[in-house]
Each structure stands twice: as structure tokens, then as C-alpha cells.
Design a protein around this ligand. Structure first.
Ligand code: TXE
Length: 492
């Protein structure tokens, strides 16, 4: 890699179909921008329906009866996934530099996230030969067993906030189950996924098992979710697009659907918890990855007795966060991913000001080049304000006041989202009552955002999603269960 990671060479800019990098059928390209400089990094081939058709055909051939992939020993599939993990690890700095270049997260954070992605692949590599059915004591002289089979070709559509990690979250369980893949990365961040595709080829995956088609949601993404030969679609992104995906699955071929969508997750802080520690946990919960986290703790509920002290300290904490060039080691927050995201965040900040919330810190854009936003803290936020209801997906902390456990459970749950929640208290009863009552797929007690690793299922209640990523549960999303019964001459 170049000695300055900013100058990392971009080697892969075409669609990856059938183990080859190819131009789009239309020959069209689109620009990938650096959110820190607003300059074009590179032009990338723009996939559309014709390219999705080609990629799905390749993926279908790769899983046809008698194909190398379908007849491969499960243990060998595991070796291939492990090889991919090794290659990712060996190229960690380079791929992390690409993530920072196209996404804007700090280089230090990119490296942490890429190494977590290595762990994800290793976890699923270990699963390939441990996926088994059972024998069932049916009535009559029968031997009945279940067999787990891959669902077939899967379409995967991912967002830009963790470009590499989202690809590994989706590829790991799909490959462990024996499926073949067409991935559409987000239009803002196709480069990391293309790099990963090149590593998959180097690892030795047979052609057609993994295909990557960069392009836009309404064209390439939509073509994938409507495709009649795609048997399952896995999506991470906005709740709005989640609705489109469900609709296309319903109206095309009833493909299976798993969705990991947005959130407005509550972090509830009781007055028996150390305020300084709570401020740190709450800041990490909202400001990590510039607030571009589906499970961001974006509603900070603080009990009345410590409310004022918490707000003062939370503002000081936000003011201390260093915003700047994501490749600079001192930077703790880089730019937001693109202009549309910046504009959305700034307009939501304006709505907070207009609706009477108090700006305790930040509240503005930083500079006029690059999509930088000041870490922002709002106090005196009430449940009816837009900033307390809509997913901002930016570095904006909204602090709400509460008095009782019952009240805060009710308010925490009064949202259509249900991805995550946190509670900080020294009282085990309070913690457990909250954890059991809150409608969320992940709940953290006395921490936030911890243990999102390969082992733990991750997903949402209500309109935050359907199905689970990660953990053993995620593999089930990619499997069919076949029941086979054999008539025997005698029961024994
Ligand atoms: O998401 P989109 P965007 C939330 C967050 C953010 C907002 C908008 O609040 O501010 O969504 O972000 C593809 N058919 N989250 O616009 O549009 C698209 O190309 C098929 C939360 O980036 O949902 C990209 O690959 N695919 C979230 C992916 O969907 C379509 C992470 C996500 O884009 C499509 C990202 C269509 N019609 C945003 N339209 C999380 N859960 O972490 C778009 N896409």
C-alpha cells in the first residue's frame, strides 16, 4: 500500500460477475466521491437490470445440480471462507483505507471494523459442517429426517455506513449455508465490496458463487429484489426501502425476506448511575461512526435528579470531540457520507431549534468543504419533536427528561422502531424490568453497543426489521428444511 493511506490505489472499479471484472452492459459509470474533499475518487461501472440478470444467471449456474459449489464438501466451504478471512486480514490496512476514503469514517475506526469483519467470516467458516437436521419419531414404520438445504441464489443489498462489515455480515451466513450471492453495495461505497470480491476470487471460490453489482437502488437494487430467480433477499437500509423490498418480494416470486432497518433507540439513564460514566457511554452510543449507526442511542432519557448535571457534562463531552480529516490520527469524527445525508441532518437540527429544543452544543456544519457536522447536543427535547421521532443518522444527541421506570418504558416503546435499547442503573430489578419490557432486538445493561459480534443475533422488532443478522439464527435465514420420510418394512 502507498505510504500515505490517502493515496491507496483503487484497483477494482468494474462489476464482478462470474469471477471476472466486467463493464456494465450499458457501459455507463458513476462517480464515487470522497466525502472529506467532495472530489471524485474514481468512476465505477454502473450496473442495471441487464447486469443483475447476468449476475443472477451466473449465481444460478453456480448452484445448479452437479456444480462444483453444490457438490463441494461442507468442510471445504469452511476452508474457503477462512481463506477469505485470512486475505482480508492480510490486506487490512489497504481495505480500511478504501473504507475511509469512500465513507469518511476515521482510518483508526475503519481498521477496527475491518478486523471485526475478519472475525465475522471466521465465525461462519466454522459453521459450514455443523449445519444439520434431525431424525423425528413419526407414527408408523417410518424413518423421518430433516435435511437443511441452501435456499439458492440470494440477493443482498447493503448500505454505506459499514460497507465492508455489512458485506461480511451478509456473505458469512449465506456462504455457510451454501447459497450463491449477488450483492449490491450502496452507491456511495462500492469500492470496498469490489475489493472483497477480488479477495474471494483469490481465495478460490468457484465462479458465480459471489457476484457484486454496484449501481443505484431504484435500478440495480430494484432489479435484484424483483428478480424471479432470486430466492431470498437480505437488505440493510432505511425502513422506507424495506417496505419496497417486501412489496417486490410479494409481487414477484414470494422470495424470502430479511430486513435490518432503521432505529430510534432509547438509552435510559437512572439517577443511581455514575453521571460521568453515563456521559461517556451515552456519547459513544450516539457519536460513534458520526451517528451513522442503525442502533445509535438517539433518544437519551435522563432521570430528573441528574438531568441538568448530565446535560452540562454531555455538552462538554460533545465539544471535546475532534472533527476533521478522517485520515488524521487525532480526528475522532470525519465527514458524513454524502451531501444528501448532510442536508438531512442539518434540516433536522433546524427543526429541533424551531420546535424549541435547547442547543447545548454544536448545531451547525463545520467548514464549507466536506460533509462535516458539529457533534450536537439538544436538551429539553420532548417526545413530540421531530428530532425525538425521526432517525437522524448523524451526530445529534437528543436528551429527554423522565421521572419513573413505568413512564420511561412507555415512552421508550412509543415508536414504530425497535432495534436496540440501553439502560444504565445499579438496580438489578430496574434493569431487568426495563430489559424485558422494552420492544427492541438488542438491549444493553450498563453499556451500549457492546457485543455486536458474530456470535449474537442482531435485528429489530416492529418496523426495524424482520429476521436476524449474525449468530446461528442468521444462517437459518438462508436455509430450507426438507423433511424426508422412508417407509420401513417394520417398526423397530
Ligand atoms: O438508505 P437506503 P440511504 C437510514 C438512515 C439514513 C436513511 C437514508 O436514516 O439517513 O436510511 O439512507 C438501496 N430497491 N439508514 O438513502 O436508500 C441503496 O442503493 C432496492 C439506516 O442510504 O435505504 C443502498 O444499497 N434497493 C440503515 C441501500 O438500499 C434500494 C443504513 C440502502 O439505501 C432501493 C442506511 C430500492 N428501491 C440508511 N432504494 C441501517 N439500518 O443501518 C435504495 N436501495
Amino acid at each position: 500500500m502507498a505510504s500515505d493511506p490517502r493515496n491507496v490505489e483503487i484497483k477494482y472499479t468494474k462489476l464482478f460477475i462470474d469471477n471476472e471484472f466486467v463493464d456494465a452492459v450499458s457501459k455507463k459509470t458513476f462517480s464515487v466521491l470522497n466525502p472529506s474533499t467532495e472530489k471524485v475518487i474514481v468512476e465505477v461501472a454502473e450496473g442495471d437490470k441487464a447486469d443483475v440478470d447476468k449476475a443472477v444467471a451466473a449465481a444460478k449456474a453456480a448452484i445448479a445440480r452437479g456444480s462444483e459449489w453444490r457438490t463441494m464438501d461442507a468442510s471445504r466451504r469452511g476452508l474457503l471462507i477462512n481463506k477469505l478471512a485470512d486475505l482480508l486480514e492480510n490486506n487490512l490496512d489497504e481495505i480500511s483505507a478504501i473504507e475511509t476514503l469512500e465513507n469518511g469514517k476515521t482510518f483508526e475506526f475503519s481498521k477496527i471494523i475491518t478486523s471485526l469483519s475478519v472475525n465475522v467470516l471466521r465465525y461462519f467458516a466454522g459453521f459450514t459442517d455443523k449445519i444439520h437436521g434431525s431424525t423425528i419419531p413419526t407414527d408408523g414404520p417410518l424413518l423421518t429426517m430433516t435435511r437443511k438445504e441452501p435456499v439458492g441464489v440470494v440477493g443482498q443489498i447493503i448500505p454505506w455506513n459499514y460497507a465492508i462489515m455489512m458485506a461480511t455480515w451478509k456473505w458469512g451466513p449465506a456462504l455457510a449455508a451454501g447459497c450463491t450471492i449477488v450483492l449490491k453495495p450502496a452507491e456511495q461505497t462500492p469500492l470496498g465490496a469490489l475489493y472483497l470480491a477480488a479477495l474471494a476470487k483469490e481465495a478460490g471460490f468457484p465462479k458465480g458463487v459471489i457476484n457484486v453489482v454496484p449501481g443505484f437502488g431504484s435500478t440495480a437494487g430494484s432489479a435484484l429484489s424483483w428478480h424471479p430467480d432470486v430466492r431470498k433477499i437480505a437488505f440493510t437500509g432505511s425502513t422506507q426501502v424495506g417496505h419496497f423490498i417486501m412489496e417486490s418480494a410479494a409481487k414477484s416470486n414470494l422470495k424470502k425476506v430479511s430486513l435490518e432497518l432503521g432505529g430510534k433507540s432509547p438509552l435510559v439513564i437512572f439517577d443511581d448511575f455514575n453521571v460521568d460514566e453515563a456521559v461517556e457511554i451515552a456519547a459513544d452510543a450516539i457519536f460513534s461512526n458520526h451517528g451513522q449507526n442503525c442502533c445509535a442511542g438517539s433518544r437519551t432519557f435522563v432521570q430528573s435528579k441528574i438531568y441538568n448535571e448530565f446535560v452540562t457534562k454531555a455538552a462538554a463531552k460533545a465539544n471535546s470531540i475532534k472533527v476533521g480529516d478522517p485520515f488524521c490520527p487525532e480526528s475522532q469524527q470525519g465527514p458524513q457520507v454524502d451531501k444528501a445525508t448532510l442536508d438531512k441532518i442539518l434540516s433536522l437540527i433546524e427543526s429541533g431549534k424551531k420546535q424549541g429544543a435547547n442547543v447545548a452544543a454544536g448545531g451547525n456544519r463545520v467548514g464549507d468543504v466536506g460533509y462535516y457536522v458539529q457533534p450536537t447536543v439538544f436538551s429539553n427535547v420532548t417526545d413530540n419533536m421531530i428530532i425525538a421521532k425521526e432517525e437522524i443518522f448523524g451526530p445529534v444527541q437528543s436528551i429527554l427528561k423522565f421521572d419513573t421506570l413505568e413512564e420511561v418504558i412507555e415512552r421508550a416503546n412509543s415508536t414504530e422502531y425497535g432495534l436496540a435499547a440501553g439502560v444504565l442503573t445499579k438496580n438489578i430489578d430496574t434493569a431487568m424490568v426495563f430489559a424485558q419490557a422494552v420492544e427492541a432486538g438488542s438491549v444493553w445493561i450498563n453499556c451500549y453497543d457492546e457485543a455486536i459480534g458474530p456470535h449474537t443475533p442482531f435485528g429489530g422488532y416492529k418496523q426495524s426489521g424482520i429476521g436476524r443478522d449474525l449468530g446461528e439464527e442468521s444462517i437459518k435465514e438462508y436455509l430450507e428444511t426438507k423433511t424426508i420420510s422412508i417407509k420401513l418394512p417394520v417398526k423397530n
